[in-house]
Design a protein. Sequence first.
Length: 166
Amino acid sequence: MNETYEKEYAPEVRVAQLLIQRGFTVTTAESCTGGLLAGRLVNAAGISEVLQEGYITYSNEAKEKLLHVSHQTLETYGAVSEQTALEMAQGAARQAGAKAALATTGIAGPDGGTAEKPVGLVYIGCYVNGVTIVEKHIFAGDRTQVRTMAVETALTLLEQALQSVD
């Protein structure tokens, strides 16, 4: 595969095209990916039409302050949970006034994992036009690989969600 082909058909390019076609703005709410997701979106030409802001909310305090994730949710389920990913995606969309949002929260490693929440565990929240879904993944590899796979998976999830919107 040549480099031009790969760039033209990268997931962020397809997502940007779908967002532009639908007239949807998008935002990101990132914890474990720490800006990689927004950075990937910015690789797509024309993204400035639909991406206005993103949030890196690494700490619980930032999740509460910027995205309005419930303190109760964080206390009960933890930062790395389906519930937190859901609230991050919804909160980012609400704060940015966006029709689409992606949220990532997880344990990239090499430390921080437990039996219940192992290294590589990532929850991805995807909000599109009032509907939010959350996927749970356990990615193998080192810290960089976990973060990269989370970004790839999030972009694919958003692409699929955008394709299903009438």
